[in-house]
Structures are given as C-alpha cells and as structure tokens.
Design a protein around this ligand. Structure first.
Ligand code: NDP
Ligand code: 2IT
Length: 450
C-alpha cells in the first residue's frame, strides 16, 4: 500500500517536490508495519488523505524598496491538516522557498504538532523574499504587503502562523501590526510576537532550549549520561542554534562549532556566545568571519573551501552533534566522520537536516538519533502556550513556561521511546515518533469522518 501511495505521489507532484517526497517516504516507511493492524486506516483512506494538503494558497506580494523600486515575490500558506486543531506552523522567508519545500515542512509539522499532545494541526508558509541586505524599513514594507494578502486565510481559531528561517519576532511584529488594521481586532493570530504586545516569555528560547531538554532526557534514560564537561558540535547561527548553545553551556557542555550559509567556526575553547550573538542576533547578519577578529585562536572556514558532502562542523570529535541550520545538511560522509570520532548522539534542531542514508547509518552503528519532529517541537509547543495566554488574556512568568516546556519535552521523549519499544524497534526514535504521531492524527481523522 505504501509503495502505491508513493508512486502516485511521484506522478502527481513535480520535480521540485522531491524534498516533500523524501519526507513522506520516511514517514510511510515507518508506518508500513502498523497500517495493516487496523482495518479502519484503509477503509478511511487515512494515508492517502494524510499526504494530500487540505489547501495550497499562493499569492503575489508587491512591495517598494527604499528607492521606490517595485519588487514582486511569491507568498504561500500551505494548510495541510487540521484534524487535531487550528492549522499551526511557521513562515519562512528565504530565496530557496518553493511549494515543495513548504509542503515538506507543513507535512512534518502535522506529526510534530501531534507529538506535543496539544490541540494544533499542521501548516507552513513563507516567501522566496530574501531578507539579507534589506533595510529595517524594507523588511517592514515587505511584511505589511505579505500580510495584506495572507490575512483573509488566517485567524486565532483558523490558522496561526509563527516564525522560521528569516522570520523572527521583528518580522512577526510587523506582520501583526498590519493584521490588526484589517479586521480591527486584536486576536492572537500569530505566535512569536514581541513580549510587549502579546508574545510569550521564552518563545525566542523555546526551540533551542527544548532541543536540549529532549537530548538531556534521552541521554539520561538511554546512557545515564549528562552534558557536564562534554564536547558538542553544532551547525547554524540563528534562533535555534543560539539558544541550543545557550542551554548546552548552562548544562556545562563545551560547544566548539557553529556555522552560517557562508562558512564555519571552530573554537576549541568553546563558542563565545556573547560575541556570536553580537554578530547574529535578530536583524544583524554579520559574517562569522568577524568572530576570529576577536578570538584569533578560533578557525574560520569559508563554504567554498569545503565540499558539500563533508561539512567541517561534523569533522571534529564530539560527544553529541546538533544540526540546527536547515534541511539536508548532514550527509552520509558526515555521519561516518561522527561515528569514527566517537559521537554517541545526533539531535536535530532543524527540520530534516539529516539525509535518510545518514540516519540509517547512525542508527545501524548505535548512535542515538533524535528526529527534529520530536526534538525541536519545543518551539511550536510554546507557540501554543502563547495562544493559550492570548485567549485567556493572561501572562505567564518565565519559570512557568520553562517548567512546562521541560515537562513537555520529557513527555515527547517518553511517548516516542515507549512507542518504539511497543512496535519492536527499540531506540529507533524515527519510527517511534512517526508511529506515535500518526496514531493520534489518524484517530481524529476517523472520528471526524470524511
Ligand atoms: P534562522 O533564520 O534564525 O537561522 C537559520 C540559520 O541557518 C542561519 O545561521 C543561516 O545562515 C543558516 N542557514 C539557513 N539556510 C541555510 C542554507 N541553505 N545553507 C546553510 N545555512 C543555512 O532560522 P531558525 O534558527 O529559526 O531555523 C533553523 C532551523 O530550525 C530550520 O530548519 C527551521 O525550520 C527549524 N526550526 C525552527 C523553529 C523556530 O522556532 N524558529 C522551530 C523548529 C524548527 P545565514 O544567516 O547565513 O543564511
Ligand atoms: O518548524 C517549526 O516548528 C517552527 N518553525 C515553529 C512553528 C510555530 O508555530 O511556532
């Protein structure tokens, strides 16, 4: 059945959708052993319905730059599945954005959101707009133009977008600023808002901190290990990477690498987070090259100086590795290097950063592998906490959100690892996550009818 669905999908999707097919294929492979266990899955055509988005919305975004030149970008929102709750998922502004990329991200989001146990469905959106090199005013004008097109498709109980690559609280602030003018109501229609007007404390930190809470629990339960004194490697230098580094350092780990789309830093004395934030914090996107001006003992390697299949960040000995930049960034060659160097765990901060053959190799060699849909779910979970706070007009303090996040990440780990055991694939957290997430969504789809 799974093969038939994949082959039909290949026929009905175009070649730029390969990344979506990669995501679907991984999930359906995990589900293969369980789809026969319940005849209702076939009767209700659950798999076929699950791989087809509810709707793909595409719109034109017209905006003026600081020289009054007109620019046009494509804008999208993919509402994939709302069986568990309102559509929920981020917006990505990056030149590589296509419907294929957003379909993969929205599909993954259904499963991630299901794993949180919270009432949220799966969606994703964004634009091929490139925020790099744009003035603050241009970012504002683009966000306002984007929201003028998007507003009629979203709502606090309909679809609640948030941030992703290229979209942080500054962009969410501008998007919200335009939204509230249109229906003239102050709904929590976006999450990741600045704290000054409806944002939740800890949303900026939530994804990275959640990744580390998941990793801490997994390492403790599986290996009775902690991060104290351990060397960790990491890719990325954005929201997820910065807060993953922050929490790892708080737990006593030595994080020795980070990267951006231009190159990589290796700092054997441990990444200086204050310096890194001063280069990269929201809005600022200075090259990592400048890191070595302040810390000459660190090494900077330009992207053009290494092959695509062998990323320097994965070539250094480490206890655990955290890919936190983007999809398909950790190859099978990188996985071999990590294994040779004694890495015991790979925990995904980004969405699908590890190639399928690299995952298979890591798992075969006994490296603990945490898939992003489980380990990076803390961001969307705190987004849902923000929706709760907005709906009740409350403000929770930092410790309350932090405690709830920690508890939720431990629950996700438990759900994923128990499901893997139950289905005879102990320690396969990919299968555990896909099966646990699927069962909850499928049950809702069956109970709601066709
Ligand atoms: P940011 O835009 O804050 O940071 C992205 C980082 O990744 C930057 O360092 C960027 O470098 C680098 N990067 C982006 N694209 C590429 C590329 N094609 N090649 C190499 N490097 C690249 O995004 P986030 O930190 O928010 O997101 C990172 C990942 O985490 C994504 O996969 C996202 O989907 C996922 N995620 C994000 C969540 C959130 O709450 N923000 C929640 C869950 C998952 P540069 O600046 O040079 O482009
Ligand atoms: O990939 C993700 O989970 C996000 N970008 C966050 C989504 C959200 O709604 O907070």
């Amino acid at each position: 059945m799974v093969e038939k669905i994949l082959s039909n999908l290949e026929k009905s999707n175009c070649s730029t959708d390969n990344i979506f097919l990669q995501a679907v294929s991984e999930v359906l492979t995990s589900l293969e052993p369980i789809v026969k266990t319940d005849s209702r899955y076939e009767q209700f055509a659950i798999l076929e319905r699950l791989v087809t988005p509810d709707r793909i919305i595409q719109f034109k975004v017209q905006w003026l730059d600081d020289n009054n030149q007109v620019h046009i970008n494509n804008g999208y929102r993919i509402q994939f599945n709302n069986s568990l709750g309102p559509y929920k998922g981020g917006l990505r502004f990056h030149p590589s954005v296509t419907t294929g990329v957003l379909k993969f991200l929205a599909f993954e989001q259904i499963f991630k959101n299901s794993l949180t146990g919270l009432p949220i469905g799966g969606a994703k959106g964004g634009s091929d707009f490139d925020p790099k090199g744009k003035s603050d005013f241009e970012i504002m004008k683009f966000c306002h133009a984007f929201m003028r097109e998007l507003h009629s498709y979203i709502g606090a109980r309909v679809d609640v977008p948030a941030g992703d690559i290229g979209v942080g609280s500054r962009e969410i602030g501008y998007l919200f600023g335009e939204y509230k003018h249109i229906p003239r109501n102050y709904d929590g229609v976006l999450s990741g808002k600045p704290y000054a007007f409806g944002g939740s404390l800890m949303r900026p930190q939530a994804t990275g901190y959640g990744v580390v809470y998941f990793a801490r629990e997994m390492l403790y339960q599986e290996l009775q290990e902690s991060f104290e004194g351990k060397v960790c490697t990491l890719s990325g230098a954005g929201n997820v990477a910065l807060h993953t580094i922050e929490k790892l350092q708080q737990l006593g780990a030595l994080v020795v690498t980070c990267s951006d789309s231009e190159g990589t830093i290796y700092d054997p004395s441990g990444i200086n987070l204050i310096l890194l934030k001063s280069l990269k914090d929201e809005g600022k996107r200075l090259s990592l090259e400048y890191y070595t001006d302040s810390i000459p003992t660190a090494t900077y390697t330009k992207k053009c100086d290494y092959p695509e299949y062998a990323h320097p960040v994965w070539s250094y000995p480490c206890f655990a590795a955290f890919p936190c930049a983007t999809q398909n960034e950790l190859t099978v060659s990188d996985a071999k290097k990590l294994i040779e160097n004694g890495c015991v765990a790979v925990i995904e901060g980004a969405n699908m950063p590890t190639f399928p053959d690299a995952i298979a190799l890591l798992q075969r060699e006994g490296v603990l592998f945490a898939p992003g849909k489980a380990s990076n779910a803390g961001g969307v979970a705190v987004s849902e906490f923000e929706m709760s706070q907005n709906a009740s007009m409350e403000k929770w303090d930092f410790d309350k959100v932090d405690r709830k996040l920690d508890e939720l990440m431990r629950q996700i780990y438990k759900r994923v690892s128990l499901t893997a055991k139950e289905y005879g694939v102990e320690r396969n957290f990919v299968d555990g996550a896909n099966i646990a997430a699927f069962k909850r969504v499928a049950e809702a789809m069956i109970l709601e009818g066709v």
